[in-house]
Design a protein around this ligand. Structure first.
Ligand code: UD1
Ligand code: CA
Length: 454
C-alpha cells in the first residue's frame, strides 16, 4: 500500500503562461491529472497534491479526489514534501513522490518501483535514468557495490560528478517513517538556498539505512515539461501511446499523427478513423464505425456501424447504423436512434430522435422529441426559444415535414402527419392530418409595375 505525494506548487516560468504549468494539457488532460490518474491506477490508496502557485487554478483539477496541501512559498522540493507531513506522519506504508509536470510516467513503472523498493528492503528508492545528456539534472552518486550514496544537484556538482550520466528523475519511493525523519534534518545549505528533497537520501545513508536506485527502462517516462516545446513533445509521445493501444486492439487509424484520442476513450474493433480526428472525454465508440476526417467527438456514446464525417458530436448518444455529417453539429443532450440520417448543416440540441428518421439537410432541431421514420425536408427549424424561455416540441412517427417548415414550440404533432412545405406550425396537429400553414400564393398577371416589362 502506498500514498502518492505529487509536487505541483511550482511556477513554470518558462511556459510564459497566465496558467500554472501543471494545468496545461497533454492529449486533453492536465499534466498533473495524468500523474494523479497513473498513480491511482498503480494502486495509490491516497494521493496528496502539493499546490502553491495559482493554487486556486490547480485545486479544481485535483481537489475532487486528492488531498491538498498548500505550499505558499516555494522553498524547494524538500520544503514541498514537508507540507505533506501531516498526511503521512503516522502512515505505515510507502510514500511515492511524483512530479506534477511529468505526465508520461506510467502506472506499471510506479508499481514496479514500489515492488523493487519493497523487495530490496530499502528505506528510500530513487527512480533514475541513464541519459546521454544529463545536464540540468541531479546526478546519482553510487558506491562500488551499487548502493546509492547521494544525489548531487548540477549547481552543487564537482566537475567529476557532472560527468555522471545517471540522473534523478525526481520520483522516489520512501518508507513513510524514514521520509518524515529525514525531512526533519533538511537545511537550505546549498547553491540555491533551498530545502532539497534529495538531501534526505544522504541523511538516511549516514544513519545507516539502505538507499536504492531503480533505473527506468523508458526515458520518455521521466520527461518533465518546462516549456511549450516539451509540451508538444509529450503530446506526440502520449498520442502515439494511446493510438498504438487502439491499433493493437483492432482499430484502424489511417494517419495517427493527426488523430488525438483521450486516455479514457474506448473504441471497438474494425472501426476506421481517418485524419484530423479528435476524440475526447468519456467517449465510447462501437465496432465497425467509420469516423471520417475532421471530426470532434466528446463525452459521447457511439454505437456500432455509425458513420460520422466532418462533424462535431458533444455529450450525445448515437444509435447503431446512423450516419452523421458532413458538417453536422450534434450539441449536448441528444439521444439519437438507429439508422437515423443526420445530414449536412444539421444542428441538433437536446433531442430524442427515434429510429429511421431522416434529417438530411440544413435543419435545426432543439429540445424536441421525434418519432420513428420521420422525414424532415430541407430547412426545417424548431423555434424553441422566445428570447426568455425554451420549449419542447413533440413530433410523432411517420411524419413528413415539408421543406422550410418552422415549428413554433411548444407544439405536438401526431403520427402520420404530412406538413406542406413552407408551413409555420404554431398549433398541435392531430394524427393522419395534412397541415398547411402558409399564406396563399397570389399571382398578379400582366403586372405593369415590373420595370423589366416596360
Ligand atoms: C529536481 C531534483 C533533481 C532532479 C530533477 C528532475 C531536487 C533538489 N532536485 O530538480 O535532482 O534531477 O528535479 O526533474 O529535488 N516544486 C514545488 N515546490 C518547490 C520547489 C519545487 O512544488 O518549492 C515542484 C516543482 O513545481 C516541480 C518539482 O517540484 O514540479 C521539481 O522542482 P524543480 O524546481 O523543477 O526541481 P529541479 O531543480 O529541476
Ligand atoms: Ca525541473
Amino acid at each position: 500500500m502506498f500514498t502518492s505525494v505529487i509536487l505541483a506548487a511550482g511556477m513554470g516560468t518558462r511556459m510564459k503562461s497566465e496558467m500554472p504549468k501543471v494545468i496545461h494539457k497533454v492529449c486533453g488532460k492536465e499534466l498533473v491529472r495524468w500523474v494523479v490518474d497513473e498513480s491511482k491506477k498503480a494502486g495509490a490508496e491516497r494521493v496528496v497534491s502539493i499546490i502553491g502557485h495559482r493554487a486556486e487554478m490547480v485545486r479544481p483539477v485535483v481537489g475532487a479526489d486528492t488531498e491538498i496541501a498548500v505550499q505558499s512559498e516555494q522553498l524547494g522540493t524538500g520544503h514541498a514534501v514537508m507540507q505533506a507531513v501531516p498526511f503521512i506522519k503516522d502512515y505505515e506504508g510507502y510514500v511515492v513522490i511524483l512530479s506534477g509536470d511529468t505526465p508520461l510516467i506510467r502506472a506499471e513503472t510506479i508499481k514496479a518501483a514500489v515492488e523493487y523498493h519493497r523487495e530490496s528492503n530499502n528505506s528510500a528508492t530513487v527512480i533514475t535514468a541513464e541519459l546521454p545528456d544529463a545536464s540540468g539534472y541531479g546526478r546519482i552518486v553510487r558506491a562500488a557495490d551499487g548502493a546509492v550514496l547521494k544525489i548531487v544537484e548540477q549547481k552543487d556538482a564537482t566537475e567529476e560528478e557532472k560527468k555522471i550520466r545517471e540522473i534523478n528523475s525526481g520520483m522516489y519511493v520512501f518508507n513513510a517513517d524514514a521520509l518524515v525523519w529525514a525531512l526533519g534534518k533538511l537545511t537550505p545549505n546549498n547553491a540555491q538556498g533551498e530545502y532539497y528533497l534529495t538531501d534526505t537520501l544522504e541523511h538516511l545513508k549516514n544513519d545507516g539505512r539502505r538507499i536504492g536506485g531503480y533505473t527506468i527502462a523508458d526515458n520518455d517516462e521521466i520527461r518533465g515539461i518546462n516549456n511549450r516545446v516539451q509540451l508538444h513533445e509529450a503530446e506526440t509521445i502520449m498520442q502515439e501511446r494511446i493510438n498504438t493501444r487502439h491499433m493493437t486492439n483492432g482499430v484502424t487509424i489511417v494517419q495517427p499523427s493527426s488523430v488525438i484520442i483521450g486516455d479514457d476513450v474506448e473504441i471497438g474493433n474494425d472501426t476506421i478513423i481517418s485524419s484530423n480526428v479528435v476524440i475526447m472525454g468519456n467517449t465510447k465508440i462501437g465496432s465497425g464505425c467509420v469516423i471520417e476526417m475532421n471530426c470532434k467527438i466528446e463525452n459521447s456514446v457511439i454505437k456500432d456501424n455509425v458513420h460520422i464525417t466532418s462533424s462535431v458530436v458533444l455529450n450525445s448518444e448515437i444509435g447503431e447504423g446512423t450516419s452523421v455529417g458532413p458538417f453536422a453539429y450534434v450539441r449536448p443532450g441528444n439521444k439519437i436512434g438507429r439508422n437515423v440520417r443526420v445530414g449536412d448543416f444539421v444542428e441538433l440540441k437536446n433531442d430524442v430522435i427515434d429510429d429511421d428518421t431522416k434529417i438530411s439537410h440544413l435543419t435545426y432541431l432543439g429540445d424536441s422529441d421525434i418519432g420513428k421514420n420521420v422525414n424532415f425536408g430541407c430547412g426545417t427549424v424548431t423555434c424553441n426559444y422566445d428570447g426568455k424561455d425554451k420549449f419542447r416540441s413533440k413530433i410523432g412517427d411517420n411524419v413528413f415535414v415539408g421543406c422550410n417548415t418552422n415549428f413554433v414550440s411548444p407544439v405536438n404533432v401526431g403520427d402520420n402527419v404530412y406538413i406542406a412545405a413552407g408551413s409555420t406550425i404554431t398549433e398541435d396537429i392531430p394524427d393522419n392530418a395534412l397541415s398547411i400553414a402558409r399564406a396563399r400564393q397570389v399571382n398578379k398577371t400582366d403586372w405593369k409595375g415590373n420595370k423589366y416589362n416596360k
